[in-house]
Design a protein. Sequence first.
Length: 260
Amino acid sequence: MLTEAQRGEVVASLLESHRTKVQGRRPSEMFPEIAIEDSYAISSAVAAERVKAGRKIVGHKIGLTSKAMQASSKIDEPDYGYLFDDLVLSDGAKVPFDAFCVPRVEPELTFILKEPLKGPGIGLVDVLRATEWVVPSIEIIDARVTEPRRIYDTVADNGAAAGIVLGGRPVRPDAVDLRWVGAVFYRNSEIEETGLAAGVLGHPAMAIAWLANKIGPFGTTLEPGHLMLSGSFTRPVWAAKGDTLHADFGPLGSVAVQFV
């Protein structure tokens, strides 16, 4: 475990990377004795600073929920981070490439809650009952720390959350079998990745259940109206300046973002 002073050093480093868009040192490199409890405390402290600066927390993201993402990140367990109001983008958004360190993008499903969820004991049916809409989305991820990252680094870095693009055709959670929602992911005109939402813990709603059960014992509730990114079911795709990333969710429509 780290001291409060050591945690403060990591928080300052991450906030500097947010400001400069230059990757900083890994927390696990700065302090090899770091524990996962430190990482979540650091993430919460960075979030508190962002709220203090005027941002609003509008939900959470769950990451590393599929074998594809765990393999690409060399990390074998899920993580989570906070979503802020300035990260929410509309379909077709044009985002400045220079606003990121090393942006990558992933197709995901976003759950919008109508009822609160608080673990422990939350299961699949609880999540479906509490969900109002499921929305096709693209997540922008951006590592503010250098490679090779460990779970401690990813968690401290808010799960690399950097943007969420909402689009496509929102559906009620019982309107389709969410396990079989698929995406064809394009960079410009080339297919880069394909996948099924069942790749997320067998059912994307299970990612929301995992989060509710993870943070419930600390007194945290997933609130009505909050956005819950359930995690990617493909590997992330690198984005370069000028690229358009387009996720085709078939009957659920499509969503796109351009880096300018």
